[in-house]
Design a protein around this ligand. Structure first.
Ligand SMILES: [Zn+2]
Length: 232
């Protein structure tokens, strides 16, 4: 009784708000209000996981099995605001909620063949120092949500060994140089891994991770990210 009173008092004093438009959320809304959720701009790449710009971009360098980015990452878009809330405002609920959404997209659209492979989910790790600063790894939260729906286990197959500055500050060449020795692989890694991360822009970070895993032992790798910029 007292607990419920305390909870409703807290909800009254600090109402949960939509991370995109700041409207007060109804109890059944999570992270995003229904209106903003409806404005998410889907790529539908989950319907063609081996025939889309993100797949092509990575496949030009590494033999991956599939690649999916769920939403277009436009400036001031709902997904851009949601990812900002997840990374810089400490709102972990966004990660779990959108991770689960990725799981539903996967279950509803991806072929049974692809779904039945013995996947392990590998969240792209942050450098331990960055994770301490943030208090959590946003990719891990996405992985937890995705795992909840798909039942694939989460495996920390990678470690981030190099602390790199935020990429926005760096030029393309410098960025590539920095990414070469970014990750190390765990002693044993699963045969099938889905790498999960928030945004794929150049793909350099994910490619560094893929290179690390492929040079460790033969394995099948797929990519899932929440968002990617619109390709021309
Ligand atoms: Zn909203």
């Amino acid at each position: 009784m007292i607990k419920r009173y305390a909870e409703s008092l807290l909800a009254y004093l600090f109402p949960r708000r939509c991370v995109a438009c700041e409207a007060v959320l109804a109890p059944e809304e999570k992270a995003l209000c229904f209106e903003c959720f409806a404005q998410l701009d889907p790529t539908h790449y989950e319907q063609r996981p081996r025939n889309n710009p993100v797949y092509d971009k990575i496949r030009a360098f590494y033999p991956i099995d599939f690649a999916i980015s769920a939403f277009y990452y436009d400036k001031d878009s709902v997904i851009q605001k949601a990812i900002h809330a997840l990374k810089y405002e400490g709102i972990k609920e966004v990660g779990l909620f959108l991770g689960m959404h990725l799981g539903f997209l996967w279950k509803r659209n991806v072929s049974a063949d692809l779904q039945q492979k013995p996947w392990h989910i590998v969240p792209l790790p942050l450098h331990p120092r960055r994770e301490r600063e943030r208090g959590y790894n946003q990719a891990f939260l996405l992985a937890v949500g995705f795992s909840k729906i798909t039942q694939y286990p989460i495996t920390q197959a990678l470690k981030r060994v190099q602390y790199t500055k935020p990429q926005a500050l760096k030029g393309q060449q410098e960025r590539w140089e920095n990414m070469k020795a970014v990750f190390s692989a765990a002693k044993t890694i699963p045969s099938h891994m889905i790498l999960i991360d928030d945004v794929l822009t150049t793909g350099a970070t994910l490619m560094a991770a893929i290179a690390t895993l492929l040079s460790h032992s033969p394995c099948t790798i797929g990519i899932i990210t929440l968002a990617t910029p619109r390709s021309e």
